[in-house]
Structure formats: structure tokens, C-alpha cells
Ligand binder design. Structure first.
Ligand code: G4F
Length: 321
């Protein structure tokens, strides 16, 4: 039987690397788009041990996208590439909208004009909800979406475009609204890996302080490895739809610090300083997702808890540093 072909944008990211591993296990031929990087070793740092084929391209360069799609002839495209840092999106709003929304529009148009049988997964985000919370304390598909950052606005535009194209042209365009998801492969300027890595550095005498922004916001944090399983199931479902992927638990950044430092036998209060440079113009205060339908219909269940995930990250940095 012919191998299925997957094309992943953002293959070198945290989710791209875990998804590649999963698709290889499932027997796919996996291709990915990588951007040219001035430090060549950073181009494929998370995937250089994997049996994937990479192609130089850029979401902002439709010509490269078109050429890659013609060459690879994918059955499925997973659009995971994005300018994904919320605070940085406030410094680069225009770039964020171009990469996260306009490039998606171009990708959808290429699919429709080249081969409209190609399935497309779009990485949507819980940042789209902004500060809307249902009365029972959860966000779900019906919760109003009122983003509070250029990043959130860009993802909401992408989400609306996917829904519009699916309804108008009947393409298999699906999305997962993923709540925060982490792992040892997370970029170190996101709060989980920043906290864990710095706490290990403090423990080893390499640093003295952990400097953070707002530590009283709450996030629903899961593990990227669990979440790419959900992405795969979303893509295999008989119909293209929108899905919530979350743990249903919420913790504050303060809780994250408390648990991490405790695992290293330290008290977080002795090491934390706050600096306004890490605060955001408008903060998203509280996320907790209701993924009950995803669990029931797709038979998806996360394996990690918040604690086991932090433990894995602490062990990773303890061995690495
Ligand atoms: O780790 P964060 O930067 O993640 P954030 O902003 O929630 O966004 C992540 O999750 C979204 C899903 O909702 C994704 F779509 C998005 O791409 C990304 O993956 O920040 C988490 C919280 C925020 O409240 C932030 O204000 O941590 C707070 N925080 C406090 N000090 C900090 C810091 N965040 C970062 N990155 N760095 C700090 O020093």
C-alpha cells in the first residue's frame, strides 16, 4: 500500500518534532518546511535524528510553498508554523499577522487551486479566547473569542478563515484549539521552560535569580507529546471540525514556580524577582479548557499530569546543564 505523505510547516518546532515522530511510527513519509537560518545548526535542531525530508521554504513565500506542495504531493498538511510568542507579537504585530493569518490564507488558496483533496490541519490557540470565561469556569467552542494580543487576533483570523473556507468550498480544513502545551523541547523564552531551566541553573550555582513578569495568571498546561496525538486524531476524523485540546486543569505561574523549586528542594520565594519588561500590555488571566467532546469522540486522553510534565523537564535540564 502507498505510504501516506504528510507535510509539516514548523517541523523544527516542539510540536513539529513530536508529530514527526508519531507520523513516522504510523508509517507516513514525513516532509517538513524549514526556513534558512543564519545558524545552520538551528535549522533542524529538534529533528536532525529523525527520518524526515526537509525542504527550504517560508510561509511568507508563496512560490516556495507552491513548489514544495507540487514536489511532495502531500495527502495531509499540518500548519504548525507561526510567530508563536504572545509578548513578542506585541512588538512585531504586523509580522505576526502576516505569518499567522495571511500565510494560512495563501496556503488554503494553493490547496484549492492545486489539489483540493489535500487535508489541512490548522494550529489554533486558546489565546483566541482572551479573557472570556463561561460561568462554570471553562472555555469551549461556544465561548466568545475576544483576543488580547496581536498573536491572539492573528490566530482568530486564521480560525475564521478556516471555518469560512470549509463552509464555502467543502475542503477538509480542520483545527485544534490547543491550550498551552510544553515539554523539554519548549523554547526557553516560554514561561515553563524558562522557570525550570533557571531553577536548575540556580540549584547548580550557575544563576542567582529568576526574573519573571506576571506570576498570577493561570494556564491549562498539557504536554506536547499528548497534544500531537490529538492533532493526529483530529486529522483522521471522518469530518473536518474544530476541537478543543486541553487538560481541564489550571495552575498559576506561581504554582509552576512553587512545584519546580520544591522538586529541587528550594523555596521559590527566595529566588524570584519581577521585571516590567516581561509584563504584557494586556494579560490573558485565566485559561481552563473543556475538552470533553474531544475525549469522548476521538477517544483521546492525556497521559501526563502537570506534575509529571514538570518532573520530566527538571530531569532533562538537570542532566543537560
Ligand atoms: O509561556 P507563555 O509565554 O505562554 P502564553 O503567552 O500563554 O502562550 C502560549 O500558549 C498559547 C496557548 O494559549 C499559544 F497559543 C502560544 O503560542 C504560546 O504557546 O506565558 C504564560 C504566562 C503568561 O501569563 C505570561 O504573562 O506566563 C506569564 N509570564 C510571566 N513571566 C511569562 C514570564 N511568560 C514568559 N514567556 N516569560 C516570562 O518571563
Amino acid at each position: 500500500m502507498k505510504k501516506k505523505i504528510a507535510l509539516i510547516t514548523g517541523i523544527n518546532g516542539q510540536d513539529g518534532s513530536y508529530l514527526s515522530e508519531l507520523l513516522i511510527k504510523k508509517g507516513y513519509s514525513v516532509h517538513g518546511i524549514v526556513r534558512r537560518h543564519s545558524l545552520a545548526e538551528n535549522q533542524d535542531i529538534r529533528i536532525n535524528n529523525l527520518n524526515v525530508k526537509t525542504h527550504y521554504g517560508d510561509l511568507l513565500d508563496e512560490v516556495s510553498l507552491m513548489k514544495i506542495i507540487r514536489k511532495v504531493k502531500p495527502d495531509e498538511i499540518y500548519n504548525l508554523a507561526a510567530m508563536s510568542h504572545v509578548r513578542i507579537s506585541t512588538e512585531m504585530p504586523s509580522f505576526t499577522i502576516k505569518v499567522n493569518s495571511l500565510a494560512l490564507l495563501n496556503l488554503m488558496e494553493i490547496i484549492r487551486n492545486y489539489n483540493d483533496k489535500i487535508k489541512l490541519y490548522q494550529a489554533s490557540s486558546s489565546e483566541m479566547f482572551g479573557n472570556s470565561i463561561d460561568k462554570d469556569g471553562y472555555q469551549r467552542l461556544t465561548t466568545p473569542m475576544n483576543p488580547v494580543s496581536p498573536y491572539g487576533c492573528s490566530k482568530l483570523l486564521g480560525y475564521n478563515l478556516i471555518n469560512h473556507y470549509r463552509n464555502a468550498y467543502d475542503n477538509f480544513f480542520c483545527t485544534g484549539i490547543l491550550f498551552n502545551h510544553e515539554s523539554p523541547r519548549r523554547g526557553i523564552n516560554f514561561v515553563t521552560n524558562k522557570v525550570v531551566r533557571t531553577a536548575v541553573e540556580i540549584k547548580k550555582g550557575l544563576k542567582k535569580k529568576l526574573i519573571l513578569g506576571n506570576i498570577d495568571s493561570y494556564r491549562d498546561w498539557g504536554h506536547s507529546k499528548d497534544y500531537v496525538e490529538a492533532i493526529y486524531k483530529i486529522m483522521q476524523f471522518k469530518k473536518a471540525e474544530n476541537w478543543i485540546v486541553s487538560t481541564g486543569n489550571t495552575y498559576s505561574v506561581r504554582d509552576l514556580c512553587k512545584i519546580t523549586f520544591k522538586l529541587l528542594n528550594m523555596n521559590y520565594k527566595d529566588y524570584i524577582k519581577q521585571d516590567k519588561r516581561y509584563f504584557r500590555p494586556q494579560e490573558l488571566k485565566y485559561l481552563k479548557g473543556d475538552s470533553s467532546r474531544t475525549r469522548r469522540v476521538l477517544k483521546w486522553q492525556p497521559k501526563y499530569t502537570f506534575e509529571t510534565m514538570i518532573e520530566e523537564m527538571v530531569n532533562y535540564w538537570s542532566n543537560k546543564l
